[in-house]
Design a protein around this ligand. Sequence first.
Ligand code: BES
Ligand code: ZN
Ligand code: ZN
Length: 496
Amino acid sequence: MFFCVFMQVIFSDSVAQESADVVVVVAFEQECEFFKNKMQELAKNEMPDVIFQDCLKMKYKGAKKYDLIVADKLVEFLFVSAGEKDKANRASLEKLGGAVHDLIKAKNAKVCVYNDIENKGTEAKLAAAYFSSGMMLKSWNFEKYKSVKTEQKIDSVFCQTCFVKENQNEMQKMKNVAGGVHFVRELVSEPANVMTPEKMLEEAMGLKKHGVKVNFLTQKDMEKLGMNAILGVGNGSDSPSYVIAMEYQKDKTKDVVALVGKGLTFDSGGLCLKPALRMGEMKGDMAGAAVVMGTLKALAESEALVNVVGVVGVTENMISGSAQRPGDVVVSMSGKTIEVDNTDAEGRLVLADVLCYANQKYAPKTVIDVATLTGAIQVALGSEFAGLFSNSDHLAELLEKSGNIVGEKLWRMPLHDSFEEDIKSCIADLKNVGSGNGAGSITAAMFLQHFIPKSVEWAHLDIAATEWEKAGRSLAQKGASGFGVRLLVDFVLRRC
Ligand code: BES
Ligand code: ZN
Ligand code: ZN
C-alpha cells in the first residue's frame, strides 16, 4: 500500500539558478558577506539597492525573503541564517531544512540551495545533505481521504556543494531513513477501520521485499504459548490479534538487538472506557509497532550490516460480551499472573507477552521497546522529549546520544524498587496499574521490567506524547510525527 514520492535532491558543484523558481542561500549568522556576494551574483544587475544595504547591515537571524524579477522571471529569494557557527550540527541543519521547506511559497518548485556552511561548520561537509534531509522529512502530509487535495510538493532541490560524492552517499542513507519515517506516519495516520491488526500484518509482510524475514503468530499459536496477557486485551475485538516477528539479520556475527513495539490499532480503553473527547486519537496507539517496522525498513533498504529483530504485538482494545473485565486475572507467557485492574492499561499487558516471547526466541543482548504507553508521560515531560527507562546506564547513554544527534530527544526517568509496592496485587503476582498516586509512567515501566531477564540490557521508550505532532513544528507537519525511527536507526548503526 505504502507509496511515497520523494522530492528529488541533486547535488552539484555548480548549480545553475537560471531554471530555479526559488533560490535559497544559507550561511551562518555572522557571514553577511556571503549573502551579499551571492545576491549580487544571482540577481545580476537587478538587485535593488535597498536589499544590498540590508545585506550589509543585517546580522541575518532567522530568514528574509525577497521576490525579484530576474531575466523576466519572478524568483523567490530566501536568505536563511544557520545560526551561530559553533552550534551547527546535523540536528540543527535538518531542523533548518524543515523550516525552510515551509517558508517556500512557490510549491511544485525547483529550488536552488547555496550554502556557505560546508566550509566552516563543525559537521561541515555534509551540510547540504542534512539540510535536504530536513526538507524531505517535512515534505509529507496525509491527504488520502480528501476529495480536493491542497498539497503541493516541492519538485526538486538542487544543492550546490564542493563535496558532491559525500553528500550523495549520505543523502541515499537519509532518504531511506526518511522513507521509514514517512512509512510510520502513514500507518499512524490511517484510521482504525483501515489499519486493523490484519492490515498491520500485511504491511509487515511488505518488508519482505527489502530482505526482512517476516513470521507471525496467530491466536492459536499464542494460546499454545500461553500468551494470555495479549490475548486478553484482544478478547473484546472482532479482529484477531497477531504477534509479528521481523528479522533483519544481515550480520549474524554481531549481537542481536531486539526492538519490541506496542501495536494497538485502536484503544477504546475497553470496559474502563475512555472519554469520547480525543478517543479518536487512539488510532495512533500502534505507533510503537509502526516505529519498529519503519526502523527495520530503513535499515534493510540501506543494506546496513546489523543484526536486528523486531517483534510487535498487534491487537485492538474494544468492548463486547467477550471483552476482558477489570478484576480478571491472566497468566502471562512468563508464568507470572496479572490482575487486570484497569482494562485501559492494556499496552503493558501486550508488551509483557511480546517481551517474554522476544527474549525466549532470540536471546537478544539488548532489548528496546517502543510504546505509546501512558498519558502521564505528557504530564511529566511535555511533548518535546520521550520518556526513557532503562536497567543499564550504558544503554541509556547510547540512546540519549543518538537522540541528541538526530534531534529526537529522550529524558531518562527513574526505575526504583520503591515503586514496586504500587503494582503489587492482593490476588495475583502483579496488577497492571498503580494506585493512582502519580508516577504513572514509572509504574508502567516497572511493570514491564518484570518481563525482562536481569541479564538483558533493556530500555523502554514511552512515545505517547511525541508520536503526534500537535503544532507542526520542527520536522513534521501537524499529525503523525514518526518519532523514534531516526533515533533507533542511528542507535542500531552505532551499536552494531
Ligand atoms: N494508549 C494509552 C496511552 C496514551 C494516552 C497514548 C494518550 C497516547 C495519548 C494507554 O493504553 C492508556 O490508556 N494508559 C492509561 C493508563 C492508566 C489507565 C493507568 C493512561 O495513560 O491514562
Ligand atoms: Zn489504554
Ligand atoms: Zn493504549
